[in-house]
Design a binder for this molecule. Structure first.
Ligand code: GLN
Length: 267
């Protein structure tokens, strides 16, 4: 383990070491201080050692522990799904704002189910969650069960197998450009490329979703999407070219343009 603390190469911060310890040994942060005399079993030491080695190899903490917090939910994650991001919590806020009780809401590309489950646990909504990857839907199903969330799951490539209309459609689609160097950095190296890459431009899936959503929205329904740090103008143009009204945007906690939504009017 010693080599991990080589200053030049250090990948495991003290906060991360504490997180790994609490998550993997099932102790609270308080117990780290109050139970300092507790002896670890050999199995526990081996578990921690293997976790630190994995973290030294750059693997995201969430894949090592198998969990990530999203709003108030502790969600199961695996390398088959994107690790839910803090900024994606903003999408949930916007959907909650624009959707009244009992609205029918579609979450496209649900992955771990983060958005869909957070929505269904916060408001009385009829939530349908779509993903094209069977393994992602299994993770979503586990999370729904764990949190007793009533979410209908559909395997579908975007709208392909989606039936009916919705009051709100939300999506955090893959939007990173195929040649973006960030894909070779940090957590992104370990996440499923299919959940990250939006074709050559990064905008391919956003374009498809923004174009097609109109046919699946009820009159006055909203489409809410997350987009990349440099895609605000392009996404705004997609919304306005496709006839959405009342287009609005929100920046994330790092002041980066991140969420856009628009309304389908007049049909
Ligand atoms: N926000 C993620 C990132 O850039 C990308 C997620 C996505 O493509 N939807 O790290």
């Amino acid at each position: 383990m010693g080599q991990c603390f080589d200053r030049a190469k250090a990948q495991v911060g003290i906060d991360e070491a504490m997180l790994l310890t609490t998550q993997l040994l099932g102790v609270s942060f308080t117990e780290l201080y109050t139970e300092r005399a507790r002896l670890l079993s050999l199995a526990d030491v081996e578990k921690l050692d293997s976790a630190v080695q994995r973290r030294c190899g750059g693997e995201p903490i969430a894949y090592i522990t198998g969990y990530k917090m999203f709003r108030t939910l502790r969600l199961r994650v695996s390398p088959d799904v994107l690790i839910p991001r803090f900024e994606t919590e903003l999408l949930v806020d916007v959907v909650l704002d624009v959707s009244s009780d009992r609205s029918r809401v579609l979450d496209l590309g649900t992955g771990s189910g983060a958005i869909a489950i957070a929505l269904s646990k916060t408001k009385e909504l009829q939530v349908v969650a779509v993903d094209n990857d069977e393994r992602a839907l299994q993770v979503c199903a586990e999370n729904c069960k764990e949190h007793e969330a009533k979410v209908e799951m559909v395997r579908s490539n975007w709208f392909e197998n989606v039936r009916g209309r919705f009051d709100t459609i939300v999506s955090n689609p893959p939007y990173v450009a195929a040649d973006d160097q960030h894909l070779d950095e940090g957590d992104l190296r370990f996440e499923p490329p299919a959940a990250l890459v939006g074709g050559h431009s990064g905008l391919e899936h956003l374009e498809e979703i923004i174009s097609s959503a109109m046919r699946f929205l009820n009159p006055s329904g909203w489409l809410v999407v997350e987009h990349g740090y440099d895609q605000q103008a392009s996404v705004k143009k997609l919304f306005s070219d496709r006839g959405y009204a009342n287009i609005q945007q929100r920046r994330d906690y790092t002041d980066t343009p991140r969420v856009m939504w628009g309304q389908a009017l007049g049909r």
